[in-house]
Design a protein around this ligand. Structure first.
Ligand code: GLA
Ligand code: ZN
Length: 668
């Protein structure tokens, strides 16, 4: 048991911003919260200026009142440190707090998340506020969780950051010669002759050196993490028994969340899928977040109950879809269902963003009723899913630094987007009913049977050895084109692609051809897979020790190997030198899984139906089946399933699910 126990019930609630409303409304809020089955509120995320109207003055009384009020009504508090939006007085008094953007321009006061991670004034004032909150509320029985800041994100390019970057480089590489070597500054005569010449890579500055850009991203991700750690450490010091989190954003490029996950007691994240997001895309994000702490359940900190306001077209979640997506999050490891926000703001930026309480202010709207109905179900589920881990045999490897590197690379194709590639492989598995984790290259791979490694362009030290060890001991690996090209500094692994993966894959890649989005080739298998369409990238490769499974159909490389399999130790490693179109990729991976005996959760794969199993520490298994279709479907349940966990009804084999319906089931 950790010293910082997580809540043992499903958190249901969300962001509550009472400072926007007069006191009468607070009492109505709490009455409605109880009606909606809300058991937790997150406050005061943007409350800094209200808590500290100037440097010398603090006002916690309003917050005392809110905390006592919700507590008296049985509602817990997820307490934010309120440092996500700096007060206007603070920015005016300490201009170094304001971040310099990539354009090179310093921000003026406005918006939120605008601080520089190396501003000492920000550090001092933010940790001071965190300390006061911890001292004041740390022993309040309502407080179950700390929520540091909010959606950390933006990189800073100011002079303080430049100085800190130079120190960071000195620590990492020692000498300037080494920096020059790692960044390959002999190119275009860019050699640095003095540390002071190294500046932040603003848009009007030095951006031709991928090694520099990647290091700057590493440095900023780490610097912003330091800002989080500084507040977290204060909280841990004052309240060693309350767990700490900060809300993340899924596949968010600027921060290397694998490093962040380690620093949190529980991962939490905000899920805002676009209108056309596929179920697999949502599942991918949840799996990525679950992978940040090696499969530990996470919290769904925010989702909109109805619609966003910042997409180009803010669709309503159709009746049933909010419930469906909430359970989808739970099916993938969430132990909470939380919303942004409780009550729709009357004015400003987010007045048209969905909320549990609409502007009409009553319990009548559809959205409120759907939230309340879900609240009743979650209460009935009690602690059933809490702590249970998602069962998987397959994983997709995802690496933030590789993401930066692939997309800083000039060539081979502007269409080469790393997240989209990882999602394509995750989607192909998902289409076959295979539940996959999404893990970092440092994760423990030993429990998996299949690891899919899309576009691992950057192979850092130790990674090839880890993948080799995985295959050696019987694992199946699938990797793709544009892998093994560079090291951690974006320097090419000389001596033939895919560099350190060459032995494992048994191929030598000679050239890379990039196709436009409308151009296609095909690969021909000798076996039952027949001819499958491909495009995007076509590499010309030579099978060294690998067996050729498929060859190109067209172009000057027709007849040359396109897909290979290499026996290695007791396992095997597949290489796809080209990108199969989605249905083809799905067939190919389906075939790999079938050969390997990796089975979907449901015996029959029904399009649009997703299923996962979560297993509790006591061995109890929970089946989640989600019907993402508008129409009803019938599914065959696994034999061990006997009881509907929501209704208590007995189940026997076949089960109908309504359109957007969900089934949660157990053995007894
Ligand atoms: C983010 C923020 C919230 C709110 C929502 C709106 O997730 O954390 O404060 O702005 O977006 O979608
Ligand atoms: Zn800065």
């Amino acid at each position: 048991m950790s010293h910082r126990p997580l809540p043992n019930f499903i958190l249901h609630g969300g962001d509550y911003n009472p400072e926007q409303w007069p006191r009468e409304v607070w009492h109505e809020d709490v009455r409605l919260m109880k009606e909606a089955g809300v058991n937790v509120v997150t406050l005061p995320v943007f409350g800094w200026v209200t808590l500290q109207p100037n440097e010398e003055t603090f006002d916690f009384e309003w917050l005392d009142e809110v905390v006592d009020l919700v507590h008296a009504n049985g509602i817990s508090v997820c307490m934010a440190t309120a440092t996500a939006a700096t007060p206007a007085w603070l920015d005016r008094k300490y201009p170094d707090v304001l971040r310099v953007e990539e354009s090179g321009l310093r921000r003026k006061h406005g918006g939120r998340h605008t601080f520089c991670p190396h501003s000492e004034n920000f550090r001092r004032l933010s940790t001071d506020l965190a300390r006061r909150l911890a001292q004041r509320y740390g022993s309040h029985p309502a407080v179950v969780l700390w929520h540091v800041s909010n959606e950390y994100g933006n990189h800073c390019y100011c002079d303080l950051c430049a100085a800190a970057f130079r120190r960071w480089l000195q620590g990492r590489y020692g000498t300037l010669e080494e920096v020059n070597r790692r960044w390959y500054t002999a190119f275009w005569g860019a050699t640095f002759t003095d540390w002071e010449e190294i500046e932040t890579p603003t848009r009007n500055g030095q951006r031709a050196f991928q090694g520099l850009l990647i290091d700057y991203d590493r440095f900023q991700s780490e610097s912003i993490l330091d800002a989080y750690r500084a507040e977290r450490d204060v909280l841990r010091e004052v309240t060693p028994n309350i767990p700490v989190t900060t809300n993340l954003m899924g596949a968010f490029k600027p921060l290397d969340y694998h490093r962040w996950g380690r620093e949190m007691d529980v991962v939490s994240w905000d899920s805002y899928p676009a209108k056309n997001a596929t179920p697999a895309e949502n599942a991918f994000s949840h799996s990525l977040m679950r992978g940040l702490r090696e499969g530990q359940p996470f919290l769904l900190m925010e989702q909109t109950p109805s619609q966003q306001n910042w997409q180009s077209h803010n669709a309503l979640k159709r009746p049933g879809v909010m419930r469906l997506w909430s359970y989808q999050a739970m099916a993938h490891g969430a132990d909470s269902v939380m919303y942004f926000q409780w009550r729709r703001s009357r004015g400003a930026q987010e007045k048209l963003h969905g909320a549990v309480v609409e502007h009409v202010g009553t319990a009548e709207p559809r959205v409120f009723r759907e939230v309340a109905a879900l609240g009743r179900e979650l209460a009935a589920l009690g602690d059933l899913p809490i702590g249970a881990r998602v069962e998987t045999k397959a994983a997709v490897l995802f690496d933030w630094e590789n993401w930066w590197a692939v997309e800083y690379s000039s060539g081979p194709s502007v269409d080469l987007k790393y997240r989209a590639m990882c999602l394509a492989y995750y989607q192909a598995l998902h289409d076959q009913g295979i539940v996959a984790d999404v893990v970092s290259p440092d994760a423990d791979l030993s429990g998996y049977e299949l690891i899919v490694v899309p576009v691992l362009y950057m192979v850092k030290q130790g990674v090839a050895e880890r993948l080799e060890a995985f295959v050696q001991s019987g694992g199946t690996l699938v990797t793709t084109f544009f892998s093994g090209i560079v090291d951690e500094n974006d320097l090419v692994h000389l001596g033939g692609y895919p560099g350190p993966l060459r032995r494992l894959l048994g191929v030598w890649v000679e050239e890379l051809d990039a196709l436009t989005s409308s151009e296609r080739n095909a690969v021909l298998f000798s076996g039952p897979l027949g001819t499958l369409e491909c495009g995007h990238i076509c590499e010309r490769m030579h099978a060294e020790t690998a067996e050729v499974l498929a060859t190109y159909e067209q172009d000057f490389y027709a007849g040359e190997p396109a897909i290979t399999r290499n026996a290695f130790g007791s396992g095997e490693a597949y290489y796809l030198a080209t990108q199969l179109v989605p249905h083809a990729l799905s067939r190919f991976l389906g075939d790999v899984c079938a050969r390997r005996g990796i089975k979907p959760v449901l015996s029959e794969v029904v399009p649009g139906v997703e299923a996962t199993v979560r297993v509790r520490e006591d061995g109890k298994r929970l089946l989640f089946v989600m019907n993402h279709n508008r129409e009803a479907v019938t599914v065959d349940l696994p034999q061990w399933v006997q009881q509907d966990a929501l209704s208590g009804d007995k189940l026997d084999g076949r089960q109908e699910l309504a359109g957007y319906g969900v089934l949660i089931a157990t053995a007894t």
